[in-house]
Unconditional design. Structure first.
Length: 95
């Protein structure tokens, strides 16, 4: 995915890596465009599957709390309010 040149993305200080109760590792990405006040939550599992929440969050802290709740729930994210997006392997290796 490419960003238009005129869009500035702001990343939360809460972006991090975390493990769930089974030891599986996840990347937590919380971000927004400079033009939008709401934060987007995305969690990427160790296979590279991205889960982007359909709901937006008023604060980055609310998005982070939702990520922690989802990871600690033991349920897969596709049962949450997230959309499952497969990331091509070549994009994973370029980051």
């Amino acid at each position: 995915m490419t960003e238009p040149d005129d869009v500035t993305i702001e990343y939360s200080r809460h972006c991090s890596f975390m493990s769930d109760g089974t030891g599986e590792k996840f990347e937590i990405a919380i971000y927004k465009s400079a033009e939008e006040p709401a934060w987007i939550l995305e969690i990427v599992d160790q296979e590279g599957t991205s889960f982007v929440w359909n709901d937006r969050f008023e604060t980055e802290e609310l998005a982070y709390n939702e990520a922690c709740t989802a990871l600690n729930s033991g349920e897969r994210f596709d049962k949450q309010s997230a959309e499952n997006i497969e990331i091509p392997e070549d994009l994973l290796s370029s980051s």
